[in-house]
Unconditional design. Structure first.
Length: 168
């Protein structure tokens, strides 16, 4: 009975710590719960899913770059437009409802941020956040299969809090 109890205790401890814990040269990502990493054919792209949350996350890195500091906002604005165009291309013929969209240079002057949120008629809410530095673009896209905006924000915040990246 002790062995069985110890086994179940170990399994519970393992499932409580389950999830994603990635350490990469450009970032770290830690997500608890049922998050799993899916294989990607692109070495600069990392895919994660949570069945419990009905959510997919795609984290991407574009590097090495050589962007002058004074052009960070320009590059981020172009990147935002490319992302918007890609969302519309994937959903041709659907009426995407766009929410907040912005590009902002952080006070430090060494990072421009890009963000948007939207949903489609199928009930998918997707949020995007990216960082443009002189050396790279690191971004993540979170898609929840729910019409619940508050839930989608909560999952996005969980992913955002689990991500740390290195500047430049």
């Amino acid at each position: 009975m002790k062995k069985l109890s110890a086994l179940f205790g170990g399994l519970i401890a393992m499932s409580a710590n389950a999830g994603v814990d990635i350490k990469h040269d450009e970032f770290t990502l830690s997500l608890g719960g049922d998050w799993t990493q899916a294989k990607s054919s692109d070495a600069a792209q990392f895919n994660f899913t949570s069945k419990e949350k009905k959510t997919s996350v795609v984290l991407s890195i574009v590097s090495p770059l050589n962007v002058p500091k004074e052009r960070l906002v320009e590059v981020a604005t172009k990147f935002a437009q490319i992302r918007k165009d890609a969302e519309e291309k994937v959903r041709v013929g659907t009426n995407i409802q766009w929410g907040d969209r912005w590009v902002e240079l952080k006070p430090s002057g060494d990072v421009a941020e890009v963000a948007y949120a939207a949903f489609d008629p199928a009930g998918t809410i997707f949020r995007f956040f990216g960082f443009v530095t002189q050396r790279k673009i690191l971004s993540f896209w979170v898609s929840t299969e729910t019409g619940d905006n508050d839930f989608s924000k909560k999952v996005f915040d969980e992913v955002y809090k689990g991500l740390k990246f290195y500047v430049p």
